[in-house]
Design a protein around this ligand. Structure first.
Ligand code: CU
Length: 307
């Protein structure tokens, strides 16, 4: 509480403590008087109760005091909230895609990151939020920030981190079976470290890894597809190539051979042929996300899992 981890922590914590404090005072006060009056004015001690009617003073008191208290709550809440809608003009823009069940971050130089948001300390960061599938909510508890990620609606949020370190990202909107695994990290680094990271070409440094695997990781396919044969949300990539797959096409069952064409169509039009035993509509189309070259690498990688 009352840390300075982000520029919003103090405003939000103040509102929380003020409202919580008022509630606590009322909880204790009301409970106390409830018991006290129940005993003091019991039928035994007061066989003939007085009927209080039209007491203007009393009525005004219980209207004015609670109204003032509610206004105080509103005021501290408003003061804590307002800055979150006033983003500085020099903020760094980062595109955030919340999808089942991964966070993707796109920087404006083309740099991509999956489940890891790297930001420089002391700089305003504006996050432009998108969802290609269902409702999600981008939530960093330590920063006291949370905003819904809604398909078709371009929400945004901003923050400035004031302390170095790693902070959890959660999804705060129930979005399907693996919602609770939709985790990420905000990494706050020094400005130099940030620039170094921002300009580093990951694909060159990780050349030991198959490019197809890099594409699969970057696009977070592994949130739903395993590489070791185990079934997660979708079928495993292991042993897929060359197998006969039972699919459902427009309500009819048929058997297809998993060749290049099949895999390509599964990725570009996932709902055309749905693999038997799996749910339709979970996988989005990657038509505008994977280039032809990336597609070829993915197919090559899936093939290599058979060796
Ligand atoms: Cu989610």
């Amino acid at each position: 509480m009352f840390t300075n981890v982000s520029n919003f922590t103090q405003g939000v914590d103040t509102a929380f403590v003020v409202i919580f404090g008022m509630c606590l005072v009322f909880l204790i006060g009301i409970t106390f008087f409830l018991i006290y009056f129940a005993l003091k004015y019991s039928k035994k001690r007061h066989p003939k109760p007085v009927d209080v009617k039209d007491n203007k003073k009393l009525e005004l008191t219980w209207i004015i005091i609670p109204t003032l208290l509610v206004l105080v709550m509103f005021w501290v809440g408003y003061k804590g909230y307002l800055p979150s809608r006033q983003v500085p003009a020099d903020a760094i823009n980062i595109k955030v895609t919340g999808m089942m069940w991964t966070w993707l971050f796109d920087y404006d130089n083309g740099k991509k990151s999956t489940n890891l948001l790297v930001v420089p300390i002391g700089k305003a960061i504006k996050l432009n939020l998108y969802s290609p599938d269902v409702l999600h909510s981008f939530y960093v508890p330590a920063f006291r920030i949370k905003e819904d990620v809604v398909p078709g609606k371009n929400n945004w949020m901003w923050f400035q981190a004031n302390e170095l370190g790693d902070y959890d990202i959660l999804c705060a909107e129930y979005c399907g079976t693996r919602h609770s695994y939709m985790l990420g990290v905000v990494r706050v680094v020094s400005e130099n470290e940030y620039i170094e990271w921002y300009n580093r070409d990951e694909s060159a440094s990780a050349d030991a890894e198959h490019i197809g695997l890099q594409v699969i990781k970057k696009n977070a396919c592994i949130a739903c597809h395993s590489l070791d044969g185990s079934k997660i949300v979708g079928p495993s990539f292991k042993g897929l190539y060359g197998r006969s797959i039972t699919v459902e096409t427009d309500g009819k069952t048929r058997i297809l051979l998993a060749d290049d064409e099949y895999i390509k169509r599964s990725i570009y039009e996932p709902n055309a042929d749905v693999v038997e035993g799996y749910n339709k509509g979970l996988m989005i189309s990657y038509k505008d996300k994977l280039t032809e070259e990336e597609m070829a690498e993915v197919i090559d990688f899936i093939k290599s899992l058979n060796e």
